[in-house]
Design a protein around this ligand. Structure first.
Ligand code: KG4
Ligand code: ZN
Length: 359
């Protein structure tokens, strides 16, 4: 069974054709990084405009690469939320119109469920299926959530961020220091040149749910560290680099980033990783998880992957490949597959839901 899936919840226009929920026949992603990079974050109005520009060629390319035609498909899936409403609308409306024209059923997918299924898809293909119940840590620019994934693919929310998402913390710290957007990949590259023990960050004890996260205090601590030092010239030299080179290499960033700042980056990244893994391990223990899934853009982080490996947890830890960590449509098709089997179709009246929750 073949599903064409469309994803447009944030700043990536993506389409993919996936067979039987596991064979990726094509996965096309048009990134808007160059559009938003100079603003240090996603500009919603620009995002919807770029989606409008990209949606038709991206879907056509996905069909072409898969060697598929619309009548040969079994369903069309689209992300309905959460995300930027103007962005979601473009992909969802296009999916609806394709369904209307072809008579194919529409499957509505939650973006977060997509991130979880990216890992389930790859693990199945690798011959090491994710054992359920699993604990899923979804960490991206918009989400930091801990879910129990039950054997029937129903979900229970165990913890979430009370303020910034982990990826957002990376992006904000990078912006504050003059690096480019998105901040996660740059900090990831430079952190390995600093000492993660150099700057001590303390976390306030959380009231209420001990499995919730908070990253705004960490961001403020970085701001205080910067304010306490004469850093204006250094930050300006990175902004100048960004203006002169669209995508600076790690060596170019290193040339304008002195040792204390590298130590700050390494310590910041280490603090985020410790927060993420401590809460994930506690949640996994609470539900007696048989595996741990880490997904979303921040799952690309090399420090996080290394820390998860060396933590020697008593269950397997599954990370997606980098291509399926950040936003893509193959994960939306994978999440749609169990719904296709259950014939869980959406009405063509369904609306985009910016604040859709998974559980
Ligand atoms: O999943 P994603 O592509 O989009 C959202 O749904 O948000 O995640 C993007 C986020 C950004 O905040 C970006 O800085 C972060 O993932 N990210 C990383 C890394 N690569 C991307 N964070 C830390 N380390 C990385 N290597
Ligand atoms: Zn995402």
């Amino acid at each position: 069974m073949r599903i064409l899936a469309i994803e447009s919840s944030c700043d990536e226009t993506a389409a993919a054709v996936v067979e039987d929920g596991e064979t990726v026949l094509s996965s096309v992603v048009a990134s808007q990084m160059d559009t938003h990079g100079k603003y240090g974050g996603v500009v919603p109005e620009l995002a919807s405009r770029e989606h409008l520009r990209a949606i038709v060629p991206v879907v056509r390319e996905a069909l072409l690469r898969a060697g598929a035609t619309l009548p040969a498909l079994d369903a069309i899936a689209a992300t309905v939320g959460p995300g930027l409403v103007g962005s979601l609308l473009v992909g969802l409306t296009y999916a609806k119109s394709l369904c209307f024209a072809t008579g194919l059923p529409l499957i509505a997918v939650n973006h977060i469920e997509g991130h979880i299924h990216a890992v389930i898809l790859e693990a199945r293909r690798a011959g090491t299926p994710v054992e359920l119940p699993a604990l899923a840590l979804v960490v991206s620019g918009g989400h930091t959530h801990l879910f129990e994934v039950r054997p029937d693919f129903s979900y229970r929310l165990l913890g979430k961020t009370r303020d910034d998402a982990a990826g957002e913390a990376f992006d904000k710290v990078a912006k504050l220091l003059g690096f480019s957007y998105p901040g996660g990949p740059v900090i990831d590259q430079l952190a390995s040149f600093g000492n993660p023990q150099a700057v001590r960050f303390t976390f306030a004890k959380m009231k209420g749910n001990p499995l919730d996260f908070s990253f705004s205090g960490l961001k403020t601590a970085v701001l205080r560290w910067v304010e306490a030092r004469p850093m204006a010239a250094e930050i300006e030299s990175r902004r100048a680099l960004r203006r002169s080179v669209p995508h600076p290499t790690p060596a170019e960033w290193l040339a304008v980033t002195p040792r204390p700042t590298l130590d700050l980056l390494a310590s910041f990244q280490q603090a985020v990783i410790t927060e993420l893994l401590t809460r994930a391990a506690a949640s996994a223990e609470r539900i007696q998880a048989r595996s741990l899934i880490v997904s979303g853009g921040v799952a690309c982080n090399r420090g996080l992957r290394a820390a998860a490996r060396s933590a020697r947890l008593p269950y397997p830890v599954h990370f997606p490949s980098p291509a399926l960590s950040t936003d893509n449509a193959a994960m939306i098709a994978a999440a749609a597959f169990p719904k296709l089997r259950r014939r869980e179709f959406a009405s063509l009246e369904i609306a985009a839901q910016a604040h859709l929750t998974l559980a």
